[in-house]
Ligand binder design. Structure first.
Ligand SMILES: [Zn+2]
Length: 288
């Protein structure tokens, strides 16, 4: 390579590192945690985890089904449920318009996929939030699907695993959305009475009404590394209490240190961890 070509390459590399060059979305991706520009295929091969800093990227709910449920074992429930627009809510766009956009973008009717599956042979009622659907917000459809999932678990004497990824309650449904926190919590109380386990897996980000209900109500609460978990965001808290927040505030590692989560598990080990926990927590001979 001639010296001037080399220099062009070097300049390009430098620009990429400084974020000045538009990154080709198809080939490269930028890590949300360490800001490193990484070859997308490398991230994909690594379970969508940053090879530099171990940040776990958000992934579509369908892919989690493929990765965590045994092949061919997933039987989806209530996929047809669709939100109505009881408040005729409109901000920049009408609520039905936002729903339609999210449906087209994700191929889902709403922000959670629920079904029955096995994980390494362990039967489970499995729910996965889809963050790309209106920020994984908890509206009446999400609440209803989670409640039905838990009720089915009680009926069949099975455990429940829910992967959370959410910005919180869905403001377009006002109080109906907030009621889902109470509804899903009440269903979990029934599961507890039936002595069946509930494992919540908190992924980046889990905030607002979801962290304040089903997120933090797990018998075992697992987090993915570096996931942001909290109720209000750090900026809002900082502005309200007017104080510097401690380093690592609202990250999975900080929460583990302070007793708010039980385990941080890397994605590559998560399937086996879930299976082991389900086996341990449901093999008490009480299964119907
Ligand atoms: Zn990184």
């Amino acid at each position: 390579m001639t010296w001037f070509k080399k220099r062009e390459e070097e300049e390009k590399e430098g620009k990429e590192k400084r974020g000045e060059l538009k990154i080709s979305e198809d080939l490269w991706t930028k890590c949300n945690s360490c800001n490193e520009i990484i070859y997308r295929k490398v991230v994909e091969r690594n379970f969508q985890v940053c090879p530099k800093c171990n940040y776990h990227f958000q992934i579509p709910a369908r892919r989690r089904v493929e990765w965590f449920a045994d092949p061919g074992s997933f039987l989806e429930f209530d996929a047809h449920l669709v939100s109505v627009d009881p408040l005729e809510f409109k901000d920049l766009k009408r609520y039905p318009h936002r729903i339609k956009e999210s449906q087209e973008a994700t191929g889902q009717k709403d922000a959670i996929i629920c079904g029955e599956a096995t994980i390494e042979g362990q039967p489970v009622m499995f729910g996965i939030f889809e963050f790309n659907f209106m920020g994984g917000s908890l509206g009446s459809v999400v609440g209803e699907k989670i409640t039905r999932l838990i009720e089915r678990a009680v009926e069949k004497g099975m455990g429940v695993v829910i992967f959370c990824a959410s910005g919180g309650a869905r403001m377009q449904e006002g109080i109906l959305s907030l009621m889902q926190m109470a509804k899903t919590s009440a269903a979990l109380a029934k599961l507890h009475e039936a002595r069946r386990p509930y494992i919540s897996v908190l992924t980046d980000p889990t905030t607002g009404g979801v962290s304040a209900s089903i997120g933090m109500l797990g018998d075992v609460i697992i987090a993915e590394p570096k996931a942001m978990i909290g109720f209000a965001g750090p900026r809002v808290i900082k502005e309200t209490i007017r104080a510097e927040l401690p380093e690592g505030f609202q990250r999975a590692e900080y929460l583990l240190e302070h007793g708010m989560v039980d385990l941080i598990v890397e994605r590559k080990d998560l399937r086996h961890t879930l299976a082991s926990l389900l086996k341990m927590l449901t093999s008490d001979g009480q299964k119907k």
